[in-house]
Design a protein around this ligand. Structure first.
Ligand code: HEC
Length: 173
């Protein structure tokens, strides 16, 4: 087992333990505490995206990252990976825990390493390394979904572009 695989296995064990703890808790009552409800009466409502909203954006960045790399459009791949990192970082800031699952720590444990591999592959314009690192990233997406009782959300390499209004090939110079 490689160090990376071991890290993934260990962090999944951690998450599984949290998931069990979350399920064994008594369901919280819908009643809100006065402190929690009071400010919203005075302040304008602000929209805070939920984890599912962030994931929709992550799905788009994941697909575009592959399409750019496959077309050897390394500038676009670099940009798209930067976007993906930003969204994961927003998740860590805004949804560090989701239903008692330590999403923020999970991202550090299973995503950050694969992103570094992708950055290196893009910097050296190495498609072989890029595709290996991309598949590792995809495996990490799915291992978190499995750990979070969302195994039915199965991510894979895109087989074609869903974005017919965007050119993925590098511009001819
Ligand atoms: C740290 C854990 C974690 C990681 C890592 C993770 N996800 Fe998720 N993802 C979740 C959870 C939890 C949900 C379910 C959210 C909900 O129920 O609202 C989810 C939901 C989704 C959804 C469904 C959203 C929808 O509305 O259709 C997609 C698509 C998705 N993830 C894609 C990805 C991709 C692509 C990656 C990797 C680049 C990834 N996820 C990495 C935890 C994770």
């Amino acid at each position: 087992m490689t160090h990376k695989q071991l890290t993934i296995v260990l962090s999944l064990a951690l998450v599984a333990a949290f998931a069990v703890a979350a399920r064994s808790q008594t369901p919280s009552t819908p009643q809100q505490s006065p402190q929690a409800s009071a400010p919203s009466q005075d302040l304008p409502k602000t929209y805070l995206p939920g984890l599912g909203d962030f994931m929709g954006r992550i799905q788009t960045d994941h697909a575009k990252l592959w399409l750019a790399g496959e077309a050897r459009n390394w500038e676009l791949a670099e940009y798209q990976l930067g976007e993906l990192k930003e969204v994961f970082s927003d998740v860590q800031d805004l949804v560090p825990r989701y239903q008692n699952i330590p999403v923020g720590e999970m991202i550090d444990a299973i995503i950050t390493g694969t992103i570094t591999d992708l950055e290196n592959a893009i910097a050296t314009r190495d498609f072989g390394k890029f595709s290996t690192a991309f598949d590792d990233l995809t495996t990490a997406c799915n291992s978190c979904h499995q750990a979070a009782n969302r195994a039915f959300i199965a991510i894979r390499r895109p087989t074609q572009s869903n974005f017919s209004n965007q050119e993925f090939s590098p511009a001819k110079r």
